[in-house]
Design a protein around this ligand. Structure first.
Ligand SMILES: [Zn+2]
Ligand SMILES: [Zn+2]
Length: 190
């Protein structure tokens, strides 16, 4: 449980993350300083893009407070094992890179009350941003029979396959051909 003297937005992060820990505190401080330097608020849509260089607890603070989420496609994960968080604005690419300084272990209270320059290097930078997420056409994998985004298929011996099938072969039976019921044909694509 978070003590009442902790900020309200931190409570939201704890609620989402499931427990209170040093990781979310570090993420909390990193997001706050980055959004402040960028002069922006939480992304409703995809106007802020985050590049995170680890997949620790801290990233959940990024999802909640910056609105950069896995599902919206404006959270980019690079598996570098570093406490580095870069936030960029669309469409300019103007960005702030927040990087954890080396140092002694801090208690949660110390992480919350520390000056920014005791925790992080904060640098202005520019990022080349990927195109906003778009709805992709889907095709059927010719081995497993499951629908797959057309841009994620591989061609093997003239057949169009999903990545798991292309790399090691499906280890489950092929799905039988599926006919979309008549009444559903004009609905939204799956
Ligand atoms: Zn945690
Ligand atoms: Zn497949």
């Amino acid at each position: 449980m978070v003590s009442p003297r902790y900020p309200r937005d931190l409570e939201q992060v704890v609620k989402f993350h499931g427990h209170f820990c040093g990781g979310i505190l570090l993420g909390y401080r990193a997001v706050k300083v980055a959004l402040e330097r960028l002069g922006t608020r939480r992304a409703e849509d995809e106007e802020v893009v985050a590049v995170v260089e680890n997949d620790s607890c801290a990233v959940d603070a990024v999802q909640v407070l910056a609105g950069c989420t896995f599902g919206k496609g404006n959270l980019i994960f690079r598996d570098y094992g570093k406490h580095v968080y870069t936030f960029a604005l669309r469409p300019s690419g103007r960005a702030v890179r927040v990087s954890r300084k080396p140092g002694r272990h801090l208690t949660p209270e110390q992480v919350l009350s520390a000056r920014v320059d005791e925790l992080f290097w904060v640098d202005e930078t520019t990022l080349k941003l990927p195109a906003p997420a778009s709805i992709q056409e889907s095709v059927t994998c010719e081995r497993c029979g499951e629908p797959v985004m057309a841009t994620r298929t591989r061609s093997r011996a003239g057949r169009t396959l999903c990545i798991p099938c292309a790399s090691r072969g499906a280890n489950r039976e092929k799905r039988p051909p599926f006919r979309i019921p008549r009444h559903a044909r004009h609905g939204a694509g799956a």
